[in-house]
Ligand binder design. Structure first.
Ligand code: AMP
Ligand code: GLY
Length: 415
């Protein structure tokens, strides 16, 4: 029997652990650092996702058979390089391949070079140059800080004033650190998330999901790491899916091989269906959060077997349940900006809940411990049914400092 280590501490990792625990091969699961919601399924180890040397030592000492990496920060720091140097089995891209997410400029240049459809763009490091470029362009316009900003470094500016303010904060005040800004054409359409298992040129698609990035109902408020998601995605035809796979994901995997940065792990396409075709908004080098929490519950196949097949360059068996899933984030009031932690949550210890940011106090009560706190996932024979059940489930969770969106999937249901 096999031992698996999952790196990370959010809802995504909770969902990975939930799926991996169902494997017929796996007897023991560890999470580093894990969270309060996982303790029934996994042994939480007090090592942070950035402590690469300690994670290597832990995996060696405990004879871990497979390590699965959740967060991009560990990948960008080279956790995969370090594990491979020590002959440890790990699923995720090397630091060199993770650049597809860690540098937006690299990703954009790669797409240009290999004709992968994406928004037109220009990169700036000097405020005045960016500002004069923006003045000549039409609005809305998209400004992206280049670097890891956990989904929050993107501003869609509708007016020159908004654009100026964002540029100032990114280039003059260095709000996120020293970096560059990509100014990009605004694309209009429905976004969706396409996660593919990838090993060099081999690419195997997972089921599609749609995330909801804005903080409040009707897509109002600031961009967040994601406030809810559902799977499958009804507005995608089979030819859309073929296009996304054959004209975007496979060419990108091949391009990374060409560039001597072969990718192994989850290649995540943040795609958008526009009037002029499907285009790339961004790539991530890891499982999406919260998309993973709605996609993995639909996987009928054994996740351990799937990952090991991909690592051995064999085609995995990927079978999916027919039901739909919808998941809704319960977030701390104030998220994605300032928020307080430490509020007691009642009803967090139920099935269908993945913990995103919780901790246990001495009395064994769950406390809020992050911006995104819980993720409630429900299944249904239709998206409507799943949505209804998820909203009902939320009624049984009580905490004075949480809010959630009530319209996850609804825009699509109305169409
Ligand atoms: P990113 O971090 O690049 O995924 O951007 C976060 C979010 O900003 C995306 O999910 C989109 O909703 C929005 N966004 C980013 N780029 C564009 C674009 N070129 N056009 C329209 N919306 C965008
Ligand atoms: N849900 C978006 C992401 O994982 O980046």
């Amino acid at each position: 029997m096999k031992k698996v280590l999952v790196i990370g501490s959010g809802g995504r990792e909770h969902a990975i652990i939930d799926a991996i625990c169902k494997s017929r091969w796996v007897s023991q699961v560890f999470a580093a650092p894990g969270n309060a919601g996982m303790v029934k399924l996994a042994t939480c180890v007090d090592i942070r996702e950035t402590e690469i040397d300690k994670l290597v030592d832990f995996a060696m000492q405990n004879e871990i058979d497979l390590t699965i990496v959740g967060p991009e920060v560990s990948l960008a720091l080279g956790i995969v390089n370090a594990f491979l140097n020590n002959n440890l089995c790990i699923f995720g891209p090397t630091k060199e391949a993770a650049i597809i997410e860690s540098s937006k400029e690299y990703a954009k240049n790669l797409m240009m070079k290999y004709n992968i459809p994406t928004a037109t763009y220009k990169v700036f490091t000097v405020f005045e140059e960016a500002f004069s470029y923006i003045k000549q362009n039409k609005f809305p316009i998209v400004l992206k800080y280049d670097g890891l900003a956990a989904g929050k470094g993107v501003i869609i500016a509708y007016t020159l004033k908004e654009a100026e303010q964002a540029l100032r904060s990114m280039l003059l005040e260095e709000h996120f650190g020293k970096g560059s800004v990509i100014v990009e054409e605004f694309l209009e359409g429905e976004e969706f998330s396409f996660m593919c298992l990838c090993n060099h040129e081999q690419v195997y698609p997972l089921e599609m999901a749609q995330d909801h990035k804005r903080a409040y109902d009707n897509d109002q408020g600031p961009n967040t790491g994601g406030m809810g998601a559902y799977s499958p995605v009804p507005f995608l035809s089979s030819s859309d899916k073929e296009y996304a796979l054959n004209s975007i994901m496979i060419p990108t995997a091949k391009a990374l091989v060409q560039e001597k940065r072969p990718f192994c792990g989850i290649l995540y396409g943040g795609l958008i269906k526009t009037k002029t075709g499907i285009k790339v908004i961004e790539f991530n080098c890891r499982f999406g959060d919260p998309e993973t929490e709605v996609v993995l519950p639909r996987l009928r196949s054994d996740l351990y077997e799937v990952i090991m097949s991909v690592l051995h360059q064999k085609k995995p068996v990927l079978e999916w349940e027919d039901f739909s899933t919808i998941g809704i984030v319960l977030a701390s009031k104030g998220y994605p900006e300032q928020y307080k932690k430490g509020y007691v949550i009642h009803g967090a210890d139920q099935n269908h809940i993945y913990h995103m940011g919780t901790t246990l106090d001495e009395q064994g009560q769950y406390l809020t411990a992050g911006g995104r706190v819980l993720f409630v996932v429900e299944k249904g024979s239709t998206l409507e049914e799943a949505n209804h059940k998820a909203l009902q489930m939320i009624e049984s969770i009580h905490c004075e400092n949480l809010f959630h969106r009530t319209d996850i999937g609804k825009r699509i249901l109305k169409k």
